[in-house]
Design a protein around this ligand. Structure first.
Ligand code: ATP
Length: 594
């Protein structure tokens, strides 16, 4: 049997995390080494000093010698104790620093993950399996502690082996044999826990979702109006039953393993005591030696157990952390090119024979789409629900990659540009835009300068939020929502949409994409926005999706999508004249405006 299976793989995991830990706290590892050194040599005072005290008591009983050994015992323990508690407290601080750093590390990784992966159940389960051991089971700290225990006990063991060998090498072999057995039992118990945990991860993800349903304010309306509480509670109850049953089985098994380990240890001590008593009775060792060897054997046994258990635990932690590395190394399918964009004044977009279908879907959501949007042009994208309009936008925003064909910006495929640079060229308002619980200023996402504040206020006026902001005591510094500030402000659907529009316009990107930008606006606000629209967007190439065809009139071109295909393309008047689907849709809407 190979006692060190997969040593190479584990060492790589350990080295990777050591580096990671070190990058977040420079003191963590040196402190850990110092604690290990202190803890390795502390047991010796308590093993050796009592022997000399007893020898002295059994012999000449000199007061000075007795006092000396008792002082060594007391002062040594006190110094080590103080030092250890000081180091432990420093370690706690360093540990907090590391944990915060890792949270940040994980957060950054998730924010940079391909968007497409965030809707893949397997990736989401992997994410749960990777993150929950770090966030909830303290795996990194356990790994580092195992490393420390390995180091400190190895040092202790070297010294203890030398000490015990002076009485009998066989004692060491006996202890080692018993401990190997215990280690095997410990390993089994660890494997049982790991298997259970893997089964639990997807269940936990579901439970997390159900809990959010119950507590998330944004869901509260639907939950109440559709009487969803019993369904949610039923699902939570089923989850609880499953997990309680699973934990019951797990604890039963782990308990049996612990019982076996304890029986083993008692047996081992009985054998050692008998052996040492025989030695004392036959006059081969003194009482002082008996006490010292028993203490040394006890300590040796405990330390070897710690070494093996620390090794098994370290390997087990590596299993958890491997999953984290697997998650972290999910390849980015989004290519980022080398081409820089710089400050663009012109932005011409071209779709060339683009095909796309969503992962797991048989049907193409976009089929052979080709069109060119000239720099500064306004394009309206229209079509029935599910026609492919948002997909067209998502591909342009690089949330997904086309399966066939190309999308070009100023003549170069968009994948050839540096990803971050490309993102700067887009100002987007999605249908499900989000406002954050930050100040209005932060929501508008500009670095604060005096000019920027004036610019923001002027934009607020253009989008029709002037009165709203003017009525707020703290103006642009007011918090959005009341999550962290009871004086925070809420936004109606239409006001929120105006904020999202202002944010996109303030980004001053050459391309502006608006997905139903006025769906939540009242007719007066919509009229106001549209009468300003051409002036507000004159420097942009604009693409916007709308179901209100009246708004297509002021656009340079209209692209009409049907079942993923671009079936009509041209100016509004021309498409109305053509008498096809667009014109039918126009007439259907126009009758409500007559
Ligand atoms: N994430 C997804 N996974 C699988 N299929 C999707 C996904 N998103 C959209 N689809 C499908 O792709 C097709 C095009 O959807 P898309 O959202 O682009 O339509 P749309 O024209 O924007 O519709 P709407 O007017 O309702 O917003 C639809 O058949 C839709 O069901």
């Amino acid at each position: 049997m190979n006692p060190f299976p997969e040593l190479k793989k584990d060492s790589q995991v350990v080295v990777y995390f050591w580096k990671l830990v070190n990058s977040y706290s420079k003191t963590y590892i040196p402190l850990m080494l110092l604690v290990a050194l202190c803890s390795a040599f502390l047991p010796f005072i308590n093993i050796i000093a009592p022997k000399y005290i007893i020898d002295e008591l059994m012999g000449e009983a000199r007061e000075t010698q007795l006092l000396l050994w008792i002082s060594i015992l007391a002062v040594g323990n006190a110094i080590f104790g103080l030092l250890q508690s000081y180091l432990d407290q420093k370690m706690e601080q360093a540990n907090l620093q590391v944990m915060d750093g890792l949270e940040l590390h994980v957060g950054k990784h998730i924010m940079n993950l391909d968007f497409e992966r965030l809707e893949n159940a397997k990736v989401l389960d992997l994410k749960e399996q990777a993150l929950s051991p770090i966030q909830q089971q303290d795996v990194i700290r356990k790994m580092m502690t195992s490393m420390r225990m390995l180091l400190q006990t190895s040092l202790s063991l070297m010294a203890l082996t030398a000490l015990i060998s002076t009485v009998n090498v066989g004692t060491i072999l006996l202890i080692l044999g018993m401990i190997l057995l215990n280690t095997y039992i410990f390993k089994k118990s660890q494997q049982t826990q790991f298997k259970f945990y893997k089964i639990l991860a997807p269940l936990n993800r579901k439970f997390g979702y159900y809990s959010r349903l119950a507590t998330d304010f944004s869901m509260a309306k639907d939950v109440r109006l559709y009487g969803m509480a019993p369904i949610i509670l039923k699902k939570v109850d089923a989850y609880h039953k499953d997990t309680i049953r699973g934990f019951g089985e797990l604890y039963g098994q782990v308990g049996r393993y612990k019982g076996l380990t304890s029986i083993n240890l008692q047996l081992q001590m009985v054998v050692i005591y008998c052996y040492m008593i025989v030695k004392v009775v036959s006059g081969r060792i003194q009482i002082g030696d008996f006490i010292m060897y028993i203490a040394a054997a006890n300590s040796f046994s405990a330390q070897v157990s710690v070494v093996f258990n620390a090794y098994v635990e370290l390997r087990q932690m590596c299993r958890y952390l491997e999953v984290f590395r697997e998650f972290e190394s999910l390849p980015a399918t989004m290519r980022s090119g080398e081409r820089m964009i710089g400050k663009l004044t012109e932005a011409e977009i071209e779709f060339r024979g683009v095909y796309f279908k969503y992962a797991g879907s048989e049907v193409y959501s976009l089929k052979n789409v080709s069109l060119t949007i000239k720099s500064g042009e306004n394009l309206a994208v229209v079509g029935q629900n599910g026609a492919g309009k948002s997909t067209f936008i998502k591909l342009l925003c690089r949330l997904y990659e086309p399966e066939q064909g190309e999308i070009l910006l100023n003549g170069y495929p968009i994948q050839q540009y540096q990803y971050k640079d490309y993102m700067k060229t887009l100002g987007v308002v999605f249908q499900d835009y989000k406002l954050f619980s930050f100040s209005i200023k932060d929501n508008l996402s500009l670095k604060f300068t005096l000019d920027a504040e004036e610019e923001m206020l002027s934009m607020m006026k253009q989008v029709g939020l002037e009165e709203k902001i003017g009525g707020l005591e703290k103006g642009l510094d007011t918090q959005v929502f009341k999550t962290f500030d009871s004086e925070g402000t809420g936004f109606s659907g239409g006001e929120g949409q105006k904020m999202a529009m202002a944010r996109a316009l303030l980004k001053k990107s050459p391309i502006l994409i608006l997905d139903e930008p006025t769906a939540a606006l009242d007719p007066y606000a919509e009229y106001k926005i549209y009468s300003n629209f051409n002036r507000m967007t004159e420097k942009h190439t604009v693409i916007y999706i709308s179901h209100r065809l009246s708004s297509c009139k002021f656009c340079d071109r209209v692209a009409f999508f049907k079942e993923g295909e671009l079936v009509e393309y041209g100016h509004h008047d021309q498409l109305v004249k053509n008498g096809q689907d667009y014109s039918s849709m126009w007439e259907a809407q126009a009758q409500y405006y007559d």
